[in-house]
Design a protein around this ligand. Structure first.
Ligand SMILES: Nc1ncnc2c1ncn2[C@@H]1O[C@H](COP(=O)(O)OP(=O)(O)OP(=O)(O)O)[C@@H](O)[C@H]1O
Length: 490
């Protein structure tokens, strides 16, 4: 048989007898053979492959191939029209050596594909496979370790600091939520510790050993939300060459934390509701559903009932998410927690390296006069900044904190030294990148102050998208010099 006979459009070079002989050979010599149509549904499978899969032929015929063989790459072959001559495929812990060929119609279009398992026992390929297996095991172990690190909860309930009645009520509700496998909605302004609580609930729940996966809805561009949540099948869109799990699949058997759920566009809300109701998700472009067992904890800084009234949030989704509600009060409503919070945050900032700094009573009073639009996150940033400015002094005093507090929030103290226009001549020369980063941080701080910490409105005021604002906040939170709520005196 000449090699041209395989080229698309030259199918006429193959006779019916040749095809019959080829299939008979597959049937006899391989450990399994299978054929799919152009929709990648199984049209034929031989007995040995059925035995290998442990299924009956009647349960297999007509099914999408990935439903029966999850790692099959036959859909890729049908899609691309290119053969995959030799590959090792994982199936239920077994490694199979497979070959996959496209099947063309008379016009040269891929009409389906055939595949056969050349070896279901890798013995003949021992030296090569031993090396592959070792590398594969190392890779799996490294992936698992990384996934465990990325998907485990960092916080427990003791990390939510507060001793006021309001804080204790929050903890009581979180403990209640941990004991029941129900959806939870955490409401509160930005930086009040909603994610700390979500992680703590997961860590104290029966799912603690399983993944905790967080997704910030506001930070994902609208067009990517569905792929981010439900995953992507190869070929779903340009550039999607491999199967990718969504957050639902990654959180399987664990907890999915939906941060800023109020920022979810309406069409996506409908899809999320369906996933929660059915316990099933459909990766983009796959045409197949997958069962998922996920406990959802959602959080928002927005007024969802008002959004429902304005037609911006689905009431059915709200009731599904809000089986148990935890309202986290803003820091300004529990100023009595400032002392214990400063203590906890200063210990955390010391990071176990040396003794942690203290804070004077007057400095604490100064903090009590600030409005804290960024709540505990802002407090942490201010303390970190004050420590830097005080050159890691053992006690933070009024002077250190007055310098570290943002100008807008301490207007009533009148103590924070800012740089007025007349001071321009006194400004030291600094690298342009630093100056620009600080200007950006100041603009963001001002916008967050002006909107009481509402990031969506702040982004609008700044004329940037929400995801751009989140990206900048993420960058700034690593740099004390530019974190919102901090300012270096010049
Ligand atoms: N009660 C608290 N005790 C200790 N630390 C807290 C508390 N609340 C918040 N923090 C700290 O503040 C920072 C922000 O917390 P977190 O991310 O949980 O807030 P959030 O409410 O989820 O904010 P956002 O709505 O902006 O996502 C974290 O560094 C966290 O450790």
């Amino acid at each position: 048989m000449s090699s041209e006979a395989y080229e698309p459009g030259r199918i006429q070079g193959l006779t019916r007898e040749m095809i019959d002989a080829l299939m008979a050979m597959f049937e006899k010599a391989s450990a399994g053979a299978i054929a799919v149509d152009r929709e990648s549904r199984i049209t034929w499978i031989n007995d040995s492959y059925c035995q290998l899969l442990g299924k009956r032929q009647s349960d297999i015929i007509g099914q999408p191939v990935r439903r029966i063989i999850p790692h099959s790459r036959m859909p890729e072959v049908v899609e691309s029209g290119d053969p995959l001559l030799l590959d090792i495929m994982e199936h239920e812990g077994q490694q199979l050596v497979v070959t996959r060929l496209p099947w063309y119609d008379g016009q040269g279009d891929a009409n389906g594909a055939i595949a056969c398992v050349l070896y279901d026992d890798l013995q003949p390929l021992t030296p090569l496979v031993a090396r592959y297996r070792r590398l594969h095991q190392d890779l799996q172990a490294a992936r698992k370790a990384l996934a465990r690190r990325l998907r485990s909860a960092r916080y427990s309930l003791s990390d939510f600091v507060g001793a006021t009645p309001q804080a204790l009520e929050v903890k009581r509700k979180a403990r209640l939520a941990a004991g029941r496998d129900m959806p939870v909605l955490i409401r509160g302004e930005t930086g009040t510790g909603k994610e700390v609580l979500a992680q703590a609930i997961h860590a104290a729940s029966r799912r603690a050993e399983n993944p905790f996966v967080a997704v910030n809805v506001a930070a994902v561009p609208e067009t990517l939300l569905e792929a981010e949540f439900f995953g992507v099948a190869p070929g779903a869109f340009t550039g999607a060459s491999k199967y990718r799990d969504g957050r639902f699949q990654l959180a399987h058997s664990g907890t999915l934390f939906l941060d800023e759920v109020g920022d979810m566009p309406l069409p996506m809300q409908a899809k999320l509701l369906r996933a929660l109701q059915e316990g099933e998700v459909e990766p983009l472009g796959s045409g197949q559903v997958q069962s998922v067992d996920v406990r959802v904890i959602a959080a928002t800084s927005r007024d969802l009932p008002a959004m429902i009234a304005a037609g911006q949030f689905r009431s059915d989704l709200y009731y599904r998410l809000n089986v148990l509600e935890i309202l986290v009060p803003p820091l300004r409503e529990r100023p009595a927690d400032l002392g214990i919070l400063c203590e906890g945050l200063l210990a955390e900032l010391a990071g176990g390296a040396g003794p942690e700094a203290g804070i004077t009573r007057e400095a604490l009073e100064l903090l009590g006069r600030h409005s804290w639009p960024g709540n505990v996150r802002e407090l942490r940033n201010v303390l970190e900044r004050a420590l830097t400015l005080a050159e890691d002094a053992s006690v933070l005093d009024v002077r250190a904190l007055a310098q570290a507090l943002p100008r807008l929030g301490t207007a009533e103290t009148g103590r924070n030294p800012g740089v007025g226009p007349g001071d321009a001549a006194a400004l030291p020369v600094r690298p342009l990148a630093d100056v620009l980063a600080r200007a950006e941080a100041d603009a963001i701080t001002a916008a967050l102050d002006a909107t009481g910490g509402n990031r969506t409105r702040a982004a609008r005021l700044l004329g940037v998208s929400r995801s751009a604002l989140y990206e900048r906040l993420g960058r700034m939170s690593c740099k004390p010099d530019t974190c919102p709520g901090s300012r270096t005196p010049d």
